[in-house]
Design a protein around this ligand. Structure first.
Ligand code: C2E
Ligand code: MG
Ligand code: MG
Length: 342
């Protein structure tokens, strides 16, 4: 029935002298044997509808009990998230990014952590989308940016080998589109004293493709103040390759899902090789995410990938350990460290 309904709705409509095509998302809930109230069934259908839309629109979804618990949990998290900022429950951790050529730490990625008073650690994969939807990502993102820039300057002053360290900060779609972003970044750089070319902003590939002209303007405005730009999770978001060369980016980050397949999966290998070749042709540098084994590290280096990030080198570290980790790594030599980590 749902498919027949959708089919009928898909027929083009004439509005004035234009042809309009609409699609429908459909949520379905079934009456239970104990005659549930209409409002309750509609609410369930609405939850299923929400799921159908989230799965990419123009499809149908059937209500399942887990949708109710998921929705409840999300509502609770949303309420808690609002208080979490005031209660100072967020932390920033830092994951080193090393040169695959000589093992030096060249960059660090700042990653947000939420320590919930009752639930404990909550993954950013869970709370960032909620923060994005509610708008809380703007104050949260700003506080991550400020903290990360402060820590970068601290590491640079404390450790001689960290003087040209670049700090990479994730910027969500909503943050990227916020009109005040450029001024905010200028202010944070001025306040913390971090050089603009030592800050890199990571923007997820799927965000860039939403509004291409707007994206290019915003990226140019950021590049004009001298900060670097990276495309995060590259390979997962259908980049328009013809636009790629118009973006003033300097780094592609190969998504972990591809690195995962190395060294044995021929498809993963072909994709990684393709991305590295593309980057080379466009004069971009490449960072591979999620390197966990030395076999992956070696293969990526042989393929010509510039930098790597992953548990093989280090898990994300609390700020207090960052400077020390960089200092130890530069004095020990990287090969020894990898061997001891393995
Ligand atoms: P991302 O920016 O792609 O970050 C890389 C993720 O991979 C991090 O997960 C990191 O801990 C994880 N990772 C790194 N190496 C390995 C490895 O060897 N193996 C495995 N299994 N995982 C590895 P995390 O910290 O959970 O963050 C998840 C995502 O949440 C990030 O993906 C980013 O998109 C988002 N995120 C985190 N912090 C922020 C933030 O401050 N602002 C925004 N807008 N997004 C953030
Ligand atoms: Mg990132
Ligand atoms: Mg990524």
């Amino acid at each position: 029935m749902a498919e027949r309904g959708a089919e009928v709705l898909r027929a083009p409509l004439s509005v004035g002298d234009r042809e309009v095509i609409v699609s429908a998302s459909i949520g379905i809930a079934l009456q239970t044997p104990h005659r549930e109230r209409t409002e309750s069934i509609l609410r369930k259908a609405d939850l299923a509808l929400y799921r159908a839309k989230a799965a990419g629109k123009a499809r149908w979804a059937l209500f399942e009990a887990t949708m109710e618990t998921d929705a409840l949990e999300r509502l609770e998290l949303e309420a808690d998230l609002r208080q979490a900022l005031e209660r100072n429950e967020f932390r920033v951790v830092y994951q080193p990014i090393v040169s695959l050529r000589d093992g030096r730490v060249v960059e660090v990625e700042a990653l947000a952590r939420w320590q919930h008073p009752v639930r404990g650690h909550i993954s950013p994969a869970q709370f960032i989308p909620i923060a994005e939807e509610t708008g809380l990502i703007e104050p949260l993102g700003l506080s991550v940016l400020e903290e990360a820039c402060r820590q970068a300057v601290r590491a640079q002053t404390e450790v001689a080998s960290a003087q040209s360290l670049v700090m990479s900060v994730n910027v969500s779609g909503r943050q990227f589109q916020a009109p005040g972003l450029v001024d905010q970044i200028k202010r944070v750089l001025a306040e913390t004293g971090l050089a603009p070319n030592q800050l890199k902003l990571e923007i997820t590939e799927s965000v860039l493709m939403r509004d291409l002209d707007g994206t290019i303007d915003r990226m140019k405005a950021l590049a004009d103040i001298g900060v670097r730009l990276a495309i995060d999770d590259f390979g997962t978001g259908y980049s328009s390759l013809s636009y790629l060369k118009q973006f003033p980016v300097d780094t592609l980050k190969i998504d972990r899902s591809f690195v995962d397949g190395l060294p044995s999966d021929p498809q993963a290998l072909a994709i990684v090789r393709g991305i590295v070749a593309l980057a080379e042709a466009l004069d971009l540098s490449v960072t591979a995410e999620g390197i966990e084994t030395s076999a992956q590290q070696e293969q990526l280096r042989d393929l010509g990938c510039d930098r790597g990030q992953g548990y093989l080198f280090a898990k994300p570290l609390p700020a207090a350990q960052l400077a020390d980790w960089i200092a130890r790594r530069s004095s020990f030599g990287s090969a020894d460290l990898e061997r001891s980590a393995a």
